[in-house]
Design a protein around this ligand. Structure first.
Ligand code: PLP
Length: 339
């Protein structure tokens, strides 16, 4: 398979698996698993936060953060294409009882003016504007990187208006590697932020959510309540530590491959446009005469190439540890015969 479906499709490398073999283990639920404690301390430091906790998934990071920051009936402001809207099974409504205020932001990003216009004046009639959620990088906008000034300005504007702020950092390290700006700079102005280990970093399980000591104490309560507290997580977090040491800088290889795929796709008859490629995600719109996205994905699959359908005529192609230039050649050739 030439799997461009998502960077979540990676398999742990042999070296990564070996890192887990001799890891000292304890009980994560009682805060005594050494690799997990080390991982949380490292991620808190990387994000400029006081504390952190290990969770099974990024979805759980987002959902716990939303629940900690809000009360039922509150409103969460984010862009329309946010993962918390399109891919978390209605979690914000089901788990926190909040309303969403989706904004059509250019390339998955808001401006302080758009945020200001969305914040409701305090009133007995309206929901309370309570939380801003931003995604760095913006997944469905093609892995676009929020410029640091804009991200900080939006976070500060939210805080000044009394909102809490949460950063979905599923691909924050892609932004760090592509821009050279440390993750902590992007997380400045956010009350909570997390990074994923199952995407570009290539681990099988895990994400780490960070924030203040008080925030993490509240997050721990929900982690226990929702069944996310675990035991010998060191077998997982040892792999995450390995990934921090060995798989961060190499994200630049994924970015270079995505750039080259994007450039080659623009020349194909089946492709109308390709969004600017900044990290490891390529979003391509099909030409009017080409089959629609579902049919195109089906035809690619017949050639053992997988991509994601993210719109009627829109495909997403993601590069990662387990695809290289040879896979890209197969992808481009397979798309080249579709017109
Ligand atoms: C932007 C974004 N946020 C959150 C998530 C959820 O992460 P997980 O799959 O670990 O639940 C994803 C997953 O792809 C994502 O792309």
């Amino acid at each position: 398979m030439h799997d461009f479906y998502s960077d979540t499709q990676t398999r742990p490398t042999r070296a990564m698996r070996e890192a887990a073999l001799d890891a000292p283990l304890g009980d994560e639920r009682h805060d005594s698993d050494p690799p997990t404690l080390e991982l949380c301390a490292r991620v808190a430091d990387m994000l400029g936060m006081e504390a952190a906790l290990f969770l099974p998934s990024g979805t759980m990071c987002n959902e716990i953060a939303i629940a900690v920051h809000t009360r039922p009936g509150d409103e969460v402001i984010c862009t329309r294409e946010s993962h918390i809207i399109f891919a978390e099974s209605g979690g914000p409504a089901a788990l926190s009882g909040v309303m969403m205020y989706p904004i059509d932001g250019a390339r998955g990003m808001l401006t302080p003016d758009q945020l200001g216009a969305a914040i409701r004046p305090r009133s007995a009639h309206a929901p309370r504007s309570r939380l801003l959620v931003a995604e760095q990088t913006a997944n469905l906008a093609g892995g676009a990187i929020w410029p640091l000034d804009q991200l900080n300005a939006v976070a500060i504007a939210a805080q000044e208006a009394g909102l809490a702020t949460h950063l979905d950092g599923a691909r924050l390290l892609n932004a760090q590697v592509a821009s050279g700006i440390p993750a902590a700079e992007y997380a400045r102005g956010f009350d909570s932020a997390w990074i994923a280990f199952t995407k570009g970093l290539g681990c099988p399980v895990g994400a780490v959510l960070a924030g203040s000591h008080d925030f993490i104490a509240d997050a721990w309560l929900l982690k226990r309540r929702w069944g996310g507290a675990m035991r010998q997580t060191g077998v997982l977090t040892a792999m995450c530590l390995y990934a921090l040491d060995n798989h961060v800088e190499r994200l630049s290889e994924d970015h270079a491959l995505a750039q080259s795929i994007g450039a080659r796709l623009t020349a194909l008859p089946a492709i109308k446009t390709v969004l600017p490629v900044e990290t490891n995600i390529v979003i391509a719109d099909l030409a009017d005469h080409a089959p629609d996205a579902r049919a195109t994905a089906r035809r690619l699959r017949e050639k053992n190439v997988t991509v994601t359908v993210v719109g009627a005529r829109r495909l997403r192609i993601v590069t990662h540890l387990d695809v290289g230039p040879d896979d890209a050649d197969v992808l481009v050739s397979a798309l080249n015969v579709i017109d």
